[in-house]
Write a protein that binds this ligand. Structure first.
Ligand SMILES: NC(=O)c1ccc[n+]([C@@H]2O[C@H](COP(=O)([O-])OP(=O)(O)OC[C@H]3O[C@@H](n4cnc5c(N)ncnc54)[C@H](O)[C@@H]3O)[C@@H](O)[C@H]2O)c1
Length: 440
């Protein structure tokens, strides 16, 4: 099938590459000319395991092309994916300007009936807005003869395992009332639905809400667990034991109940906020979601609070080694990352930071530039030299078994603040470390 994807970010690029890989002819359109140029040369602007070979192979085979030419994109596709960003507006609601701009572009160039598929995470009712926008432009063009459908097909990939998630989705949510669109999407996604039928077809509004409900449920699990961790800390319990104790109940399960330093990234924070805002717009008080958000905001400050308490508020002149800048492992994404809240608080208190992340160094440089109180180090070991203490913010695999003896030699004192419970407190005590973790 001929497929056009607007937006070559985490969602559009991965989805485009995965669709090309099963044999569809895919054109990806982006307004960012530099990005399109890099992609056309086989350079991948984001870190996502397995993505680079997939893009290169399918690009070389001619099944995956990149362009800034929207007219060419619209002409190519029998279906048009919208996979552009929906960042939070000033009031926390999802900003739809990029989605609606793509809708307008499609309407300006379409010359045949079209299925417009919205993959961006958008509030309930957005499909109607896209439909209105397209209708309006077609009317202005005198092309009311052209028919189109707006389908909601939210994306559930996880950064860090995005390729695998798209190749082997748990479910494919399709929101449409049109039999023709449904058939088209069944054909498009058939290669991903072979073992069992992954397609769940529903009305558009339910599909739109499904995406928010999924992310808000996951954010709720995290905030709930962080609340339990804070309680455990104060009650003399061990949250890791509690986690195993509750996870063994299949109704609860082990997934997504790790205590830590709060959720970040480009999705959970903005999607929780956006649903609170959507609820507010219809005079509904989303009490659970507000609590989830409040707990998360506070949780992001807990590492700093522990550090500040340890040093009794005297952080000026101290230097901290930080392991992990990305909001989670296997990505270079630092949007809303807890590391940023921590570093900014340390700087505010007059401390310096020596940081390392296996993938997010370029991103950190882009965000913070050159500043005297930040050294971006080439290895995790280099961060320790001359540092007063180590702070672990992201649970990268490569941080799990460090050389503790070397660490002791390099740190001013054997002191670790661990936001991810990477190590056993008892073992750390035996090794001679003062070790702070979460909920233990
Ligand atoms: N990142 C994730 O893990 C994830 C997962 C599921 C859903 N989502 C949702 O998918 C959507 C996209 O997220 P993302 O992380 O891929 O965003 P992103 O910011 O990484 O990429 C968006 C891309 O769209 C491009 N763009 C903007 N306006 C355009 C236009 N008019 N025409 C063509 N391209 C345009 C931008 O240049 C950018 O390259 C968001 O709604 C997000 O909430 C994201």
């Amino acid at each position: 099938m001929n497929v056009t994807v607007f937006g070559t970010g985490y969602v559009g690029l991965v989805q485009g590459a995965v669709l090309a890989d099963v044999g569809h002819q895919v054109v990806c359109v982006d307004v960012d000319a530099a990005k399109v140029e890099r992609l056309s040369k086989g350079e991948i602007p984001i870190y996502e395991p397995g993505l680079e070979p997939l893009v290169k192979e399918n690009h070389a085979a001619g099944r995956l092309r990149f362009t800034t030419d929207a007219a060419e994109g619209v002409k190519h596709g029998q279906v048009q994916f919208i996979a552009v960003g929906t960042p939070p507006d000033e009031d926390g609601s999802a900003d739809l300007k990029y989605v609606l701009a793509v809708a307008e572009t499609i309407a300006q160039h379409m010359e045949r009936d079209q299925v417009i598929i919205n993959k961006s995470t958008v509030p309930v009712g957005t499909a109607d807005k896209v439909r209105d926008k397209v209708d309006h432009v077609l009317e202005a063009r005198g092309r009311k003869d052209l028919r189109f459908d707006v389908v909601s097909n939210p994306e559930f990939l996880k950064e860090g395992s995005a390729v695998g998630d798209c190749q082997r989705p748990d479910r494919i949510i399709i929101g449409t009332a049109s039999r023709v669109s449904e058939d088209m999407l069944r054909e498009l996604y058939a290669p991903f639905s072979r073992q069992q039928d992954k397609m769940i077809v529903m009305d558009v509004r339910s599909a739109e809400l499904t995406k928010y409900a999924a992310n808000c449920m996951l954010a709720t699990k995290i905030s709930f667990m962080n609340e339990m961790a804070n309680l455990a800390e104060r009650l003399g319990a061990d949250i890791e034991k509690v986690r195993q104790g509750i996870g063994s109940d299949p109704r609860i399960g082990y997934h997504f109940i790790y205590p830590g330093v709060g959720y970040g990234g480009s999705c959970f924070p903005k999607d929780v906020q956006a649903l609170i805002r959507t609820a507010g717009d219809i005079d509904f008080d989303a009490k659970v979601l507000k609590a989830v958000e409040a707990r998360n905001e506070e949780q992001k400050t807990t590492l700093f609070q522990k550090i500040d308490k340890h040093y009794q508020g005297n952080l000026a002149g101290k230097t901290f080694a930080i392991w992990g800048l990305a909001f989670k492992p296997n990505t270079d994404d630092m949007r809303e990352a807890p590391s940023r809240v921590l570093m900014e608080a340390l700087w505010e208190a007059g401390a310096k930071v020596q940081a390392f992340d296996p993938e997010a160094m370029e991103e950190a440089q882009r965000i913070y530039g050159n500043r005297d109180d930040l050294s971006l180090c080439g290895t995790k070991e280099a961060t320790l030299r001359g540092a007063d203490a180590l702070v672990i913010v992201t649970e990268w695999q490569s941080f799990r078994a460090p050389d503790f003896e070397q660490m002791k030699q390099q740190l001013a004192e054997p002191l670790i603040f661990d936001g991810r419970n990477m190590f056993e407190p008892k073992r750390m005590a035996v090794k001679g470390f003062t070790y702070y973790s979460v909920g233990r």
